[in-house]
Design a protein around this ligand. Structure first.
Ligand SMILES: [Ca+2]
Length: 175
C-alpha cells in the first residue's frame, strides 16, 4: 500500500515536472528572445500629448502605420509648441537589437502633410535619429549595445503639429 502510494506521488510529481517544464520554457523563450518595448517598465517621461500610447494611440483603438495594423507598438505624440516628448524604458538585460517600423500613427480625417522626428538613446548616448514626413515609413534594426536605459524622444519636425503623431509598430528588442 505504502509502495503504491509512493509510486502515485512519483507519477504525479513527474507529470507536474513535465507541465512546469513545458509551460515555463515556452514563456521564458518568448520573453527572452522577443521583448516588446511597450511591455517594459517606464521610469521617466514628459511632454507626451494624450499620454504614452502603449500598443495604441489615445484617439482610437487601433494602431495603424502606413496602412498596416499593429497589435503591439508605441505612440509618442509630442505636446504642441515644439516640445520634445520623451519616454525612458528600463531594459531587462544587456544587448539585443531594436526592431520595428517608425511612422505616422493614422487618424481618420487628419492630414499627414508635415514632418516629425524621433531619436533613440541608450544610457544617454544617441544611437539613431531621423526626420520623417507623414507618409514615410522607416524600418528599424539598431544595435542597443550594453546599456540599461532606452530613451525615446520625438518632436514636431519644426513645422508645428502637422504629422507629429510619431509611432513605432511592433517596436521590440530581439536578443
Ligand atoms: Ca510636424
Amino acid at each position: 500500500m505504502a509502495q503504491q502510494f509512493g509510486g502515485s506521488i512519483l507519477t504525479i510529481s513527474f507529470i507536474c515536472f513535465l507541465l512546469f517544464s513545458c509551460c515555463s520554457s515556452t514563456h521564458i523563450q518568448n520573453s527572452d528572445n522577443n521583448v516588446y518595448v511597450s511591455d517594459l517598465k517606464i521610469i521617466h517621461s514628459g511632454y507626451v500629448h494624450g499620454g504614452i500610447g502603449l500598443d495604441k494611440p489615445y484617439w482610437m483603438d487601433k494602431l495603424v502605420i502606413c496602412g498596416k495594423y499593429y497589435n503591439k507598438g508605441l505612440v509618442v505624440h509630442p505636446e504642441d509648441g515644439g516640445k520634445i516628448a520623451f519616454v525612458e524604458f528600463l531594459l531587462l538585460k544587456k544587448g539585443g537589437r531594436l526592431m520595428g517600423l517608425a511612422g505616422w500613427a493614422e487618424e481618420v480625417g487628419i492630414t499627414y502633410n508635415g514632418k516629425m522626428r524621433f531619436r533613440f538613446f541608450v544610457d544617454g548616448e544617441l544611437i539613431y535619429g531621423r526626420e520623417l514626413r507623414g507618409e514615410d515609413c522607416q524600418n528599424l534594426d539598431l544595435d542597443l549595445g550594453f546599456g540599461s536605459v532606452l530613451r525615446i524622444e520625438t518632436d514636431d519636425g519644426l513645422d508645428g503639429y502637422y504629422s507629429d503623431q510619431m509611432a513605432f509598430g511592433d517596436l521590440r528588442i530581439e536578443y
